[in-house]
Design a protein around this ligand. Structure first.
Ligand SMILES: *Cc1c(COP(=O)(O)O)cnc(C)c1O
Length: 365
């Protein structure tokens, strides 16, 4: 059987059916139904945050917070991310200004941010890439100094904690994605967490066409609502998330023990005080006997599909490359040409991990 880079978590069939049963009584399928309300409150507790608003997906959540905060001009972000981050900025008619990443955990290089700030800068939008936590303290200090908003793309960071604090409490807001391929899913789905509770009513109205009540619409909004079937899937998956993360941890640690201390193979470093979610296992091939593309092909020959996350960089795609020069973010460029994320999901067997690693290091079994 082929091994994909990820495999979506699902509850037992019976568990999901049980959860959605009452929808046949109420016929209330979307628009802030009972499942939606329940899912929201469960997430506030699980993520340890003050405020949370659900969305049909993570991308629209990100687009919405940028517009709800009325940001303008330029937003500083990184190109080492899924294209959604960049598109959320551009679709708000704001210019993304690409900051390089650090070569330790591939999050925004905080020493580079200040030189990119202009009088047009309105916010910083860093990415907790692979579930690695950005330097939230330095980013906070810079944002305070220049009076900028901070929105984190926390799509990879579901359930991560820093010194016991939920990752979604840092910055002004954070976006989580519950897409099928993520550590935690509601089929598709997403959420914003934020510290200023006065944002709640505007976010709720904007994701529902700006509707305030039957006769009042005071904002230009859109349709970003999560439906009841998504919320029910989220409720079920949330019951099992801790067990799933524990299984991911075992897979992660098996990769580590197989691949650490090999010349030319660079792995993620531990981050102090961080409770991880083991979202991804990126490997950087730098000076290894095979280059990244050769490893990718070798795995593919064995029906194993790793991913070149994040290659190409967001500032290198056809739709953007004429506007940005990826030589301005040399570390991001360097890493994106050498990184491969290996298959990682809760049900991946440790035998399969060994097999994948043996192919990478060239051992036969
Ligand atoms: C998945 C992802 C998104 C978009 O989330 P969706 O729920 O798929 O819309 C945004 N940013 C990053 C870094 C992601 O990985």
């Amino acid at each position: 059987m082929s091994i994909q880079v990820t495999k979506s978590s699902m509850p037992n069939y019976e568990e999901y059916i049980e959860e959605i049963k009452e929808l046949w009584d109420t016929h209330w399928l979307t628009n802030n139904g009972v499942k939606h309300k329940k899912f929201e409150s469960l997430l506030i507790e699980y993520l340890n945050v003050n405020n949370l608003t659900l969305y049909v997906n993570g991308h629209l959540a990100l687009e919405n917070i940028i517009s709800a905060m009325n940001l303008k001009g330029e937003i500083i972000t990184t190109p080492f991310t899924f294209i959604s981050t960049t598109q959320a900025i551009i679709r708000n008619n704001i210019k993304p200004v690409f900051c390089d990443i650090n070569d330790e955990n591939y999050t925004i290089d905080v020493d580079n941010i200040e030189s990119l700030i202009t009088e047009k800068t309105s916010a910083i939008l860093p990415v907790h890439v692979y579930g690695n936590v950005c330097d939230v303290k330095r980013i906070y200090e810079i944002a305070q100094k220049y009076n900028l908003k901070v929105i984190y793309d926390a799509a990879h960071c579901f359930g991560v904690k820093v010194n016991g604090k939920g990752i979604g409490t840092f910055g002004d807001a954070s976006m989580f994605s519950f897409h099928a391929t993520k550590v935690f899913n509601s089929i598709e789905g997403g959420a914003l967490t934020y510290n200023d509770s006065s944002l709640k009513s505007i976010l709720n109205s904007m994701k529902n066409f700006g509707i305030v009540d039957a006769e009042n619409i005071n904002n230009i909004g859109f349709n970003g609502k999560m439906n009841e079937f998504q919320a029910a899937m989220g409720i079920c998956n949330l019951r099992h998330i801790d067990a799933e993360v524990l299984k991911r941890k075992q897979v992660f640690e098996r990769y580590l023990s197989n691949l650490e201390n090999i010349k030319g193979i660079k792995l993620l470093r531990e981050q102090k005080g961080v409770k991880k979610n083991y979202a991804y296992f990126p490997v950087v091939f730098d000076g290894y006997k095979l280059n990244r593309d050769e490893v990718f092909e070798e795995l593919k020959k064995n029906d194993i599909y790793a991913r070149k996350y994040f290659y190409p960089l967001a500032n290198s795609f056809d739709c953007l490359k004429n506007y940005f020069d990826n030589n301005n973010t040399p570390v991001a460029k360097y890493i994106s040409e050498r990184v491969l994320t290996l298959p990682l999901y809760a049900d991946l067997s440790l035998d399969d991990v060994d097999r994948i690693c043996n192919i990478i290091v060239g051992k036969r079994r």
